[in-house]
Design a protein around this ligand. Structure first.
Ligand code: BTN
Length: 244
């Protein structure tokens, strides 16, 4: 017997059996004025999108959702919300499993990817964020393997409805913390669950592949990498390998 998830107070559920991409639906709703906490959820997606133009295979059994946020912050701070989302997905993972957050927003469990975040931001004419859509995919019942994916899939287990309820409750808590205490607190908690400082990593920057040691994340969400040419600050790129 299927049921719909119960959301935190003030959130609104928009549920679909099947949709192209919940991010596209959420953006349409946000453009039409949807309020913060609008939670678009689909049992499957026919055109799920991942970061960097990748597909997100979305059969029935996993969690696909997009949340409309209206943080009224400057554009540069919008990316901070992706880290809060990754921490919320991390909260779903039982302590006995090996959890690792990977820059910017991947959630790995036992070496496999269990969840991904696709934040999409719209900036108003005043230069402030009009809305952020936080697209979140979590492997609950299935661990789809994709040829272009850098890790094997992993899954959480349990029901998709329960995962949605726990995820929204966790996200409400992390968002409240972000508003109250700022990004520094999110950064500290994220780093706590990221790979060890000094771990060797490769980062793809377009055509360039940079090798270095993970040196943390700065107060603007940029990846810090210690390379043979000195410290580099990476705003957008793709981390390869499992550390950090
Ligand atoms: C990633 O590449 O790691 C990000 C994956 C994000 C997938 C989610 S599923 C719900 C939402 N709708 C989409 O089309 N993508 C995001």
């Amino acid at each position: 017997m299927s049921r719909t998830p119960v959301l935190p107070d003030g959130w609104t559920l928009v549920a679909f059996d099947s949709v192209g991409s919940t991010n596209d639906e959420a953006r349409r709703l946000a453009e039409a004025g949807a309020a913060e906490g609008t939670f678009v959820w689909a049992r499957k997606q026919t055109d799920g999108r991942g970061r960097r133009g990748r597909r997100w295979i979305s059969p029935v059994g996993n969690l696909y959702c997009s949340i409309v946020l209206r943080p009224a912050c400057v554009a540069a701070r919008a990316a901070e919300l992706g880290f809060a989302a990754a921490l919320s997905v991390a909260d779903l993972v039982p302590p006995r499993r090996d959890l690792r957050l990977k820059w910017p927003n991947d959630v790995l469990v036992d070496g496999g990817k269990i969840g991904g975040i696709l934040p999409e931001t719209s900036i108003g004419e005043n230069g402030l964020v009009d809305y952020v859509v936080l697209g979140i995919g979590v492997n609950v019942a299935l661990a789809p393997e994709l040829p272009e994916m850098r890790y094997p899939g992993a899954k959480l287990g349990g029901s998709v409805e329960k995962a949605a309820e726990r995820l929204t409750a966790a996200l409400a808590r992390w968002l409240a913390r972000w508003r109250r205490e700022g990004f520094e607190e999110i950064r500290r908690c994220w780093l706590d669950k990221a790979g060890p400082l000094g771990a060797e990593v490769d980062v793809r920057l377009g055509e360039e592949l940079v090798h270095g040691r993970f040196a943390g994340m700065d107060g603007e969400g940029a990846l810090l990498l210690e390379t043979s040419d000195g410290r580099r600050r990476i705003v957008s790129g793709e981390l390869l390998g499992r550390a950090a």
